[in-house]
Ligand binder design. Structure first.
Ligand code: SF4
Ligand code: SF4
Length: 283
C-alpha cells in the first residue's frame, strides 16, 4: 500500500507515511446491527443453548467490510459502504444497544476480522453484562487478535464459527481472492484451546457447498484437517444459493450435500450437519 491508497478491506490508508485507520477502531465501527429473536438460524444453533432461550435475542452485528473477496458473497452490498460517506458507531454505543433480553452477540458481515479493535472493545463491555460473545469469520485476523477473541468467547460461553471455504490454497485463491493459510492456522490455534471448556464447543466449522468447486473431495480434506485436531468439533455443511459473481451457478443439490456429509464423516468427524436444507434442490 502506498501513500493515499486503500488496503484490501478499504478501511486503512497511508497518510504522510503512516497508517491511518478510517474505521474499525473502538470509536468508529462501520457496521449495522439488529436484534435477531432466538432461536435464530445461527450456523452453530444445533450445538449451542441459544435455541433454548425463546423471548431473548441475538445482537447481530454486521461489519460492513471484509478481508476476502469471494465470488459467491451473499452479503456483497457492504462494498457500497464507506467510512467517509456513512455513519459509524462506537463500541460503547453498540454495547448500549444490548438490553436484559440480549442473550448473545454475533459479529459477522463482511467479516469482523477487518474491524477487530472495535469488536474486541464491544466484547469487553458486553461480556461484563453476561452476554455471550460469538464470531462468524473466515479467521484471517492477526493471531494475537484471535487470542483475544477466543478469551471473550471462552469466558462468556460463546463460540467462534470458522468459515472454511476450501482446503486447497489454489481453489481458495480462485474463489475468495486470498490464501487460506492464515485461516487454517488460526482455526488450529483456536481449536486447540477447546479443552479449556470441554462442555460447550468453542469452535464450530462450516463450509459452503459451491457446486462444481467445493465437492466431496474438498470436504474430505477439510474434515480430515479438523478431525486431526479434534474429531468432535461440530461441522456444518451449508447449501449454496446463487449470488454476486456466481449468480449463474445452480443451487446445491441433495446428492452433493449427502455425499459431502458422508465424506466428512468418513474422514473422522462425528458431529456433521447439513444446514440451509430449504435451499437444497433435487439432482
Ligand atoms: S450467536 Fe452464539 S450463542 Fe447466539 S445462537 Fe449463535 S452460537 Fe448460540
Ligand atoms: S468472507 Fe464472507 S463476507 Fe467476506 S467476501 Fe467472503 S463471503 Fe463475503
Amino acid at each position: 500500500m502506498s501513500e493515499g491508497q486503500r488496503g484490501f478491506c478499504g478501511l486503512r490508508t497511508i497518510e504522510k507515511g503512516h497508517i491511518k485507520h478510517l474505521a474499525g477502531t473502538p470509536s468508529k465501527g462501520l457496521l449495522s446491527w439488529y436484534r435477531d429473536p432466538l432461536p435464530t438460524n445461527c450456523v452453530a444453533d444445533w450445538v449451542c443453548e441459544g435455541s433454548r432461550h425463546p423471548g431473548c435475542h441475538n445482537l447481530a452485528v454486521f461489519y460492513e467490510s471484509c478481508t476476502a473477496d469471494c465470488l459467491f458473497c451473499q452479503n456483497w452490498h457492504f462494498r457500497q459502504m464507506s467510512p467517509e460517506r456513512h455513519r459509524t458507531t462506537s463500541a460503547s454505543d453498540l454495547a448500549a444497544a444490548a438490553n436484559k433480553r440480549t442473550f448473545c452477540v454475533c459479529y459477522f458481515g463482511g467479516d469482523p476480522a477487518s474491524q477487530m479493535p472495535h469488536a474486541l472493545a464491544t466484547s469487553k463491555l458486553l461480556a461484563r453484562r453476561g452476554v455471550r460473545v460469538c464470531w462468524e469469520t473466515a479467521g484471517t485476523m492477526h493471531p494475537k487478535l484471535l487470542d483475544a477473541a477466543v478469551r471473550h468467547s471462552l469466558d462468556s460461553g460463546g463460540c467462534i464459527k470458522f468459515d472454511l471455504k476450501a482446503f486447497d490454497e489454489e481453489l481458495h485463491l480462485a474463489l475468495c481472492g486470498i490464501s487460506n493459510r492464515r485461516t487454517l492456522a488460526n482455526f488450529a490455534r483456536a481449536a486447540k484451546r477447546s479443552h479449556e471448556r470441554p462442555d460447550l464447543p468453542l469452535v464450530v466449522a462450516s463450509t459452503l457447498l459451491v457446486p462444481g468447486y467445493v465437492d466431496p473431495h474438498q470436504i474430505a480434506k477439510i474434515a480430515r484437517f479438523i478431525a486431526e485436531i479434534d474429531p468432535d468439533i461440530p461441522y456444518a455443511l451449508l447449501a449454496f444459493a446463487p449470488h454476486f459473481h456466481m449468480s449463474d451457478l445452480p443451487y446445491t443439490n441433495e446428492s452433493h450435500a449427502r455425499d459431502a456429509e458422508a465424506a466428512a464423516r468418513a474422514s473422522g468427524l462425528s458431529n456433521v450437519r447439513i444446514g440451509n436444507r430449504h435451499l437444497l434442490r433435487q439432482p
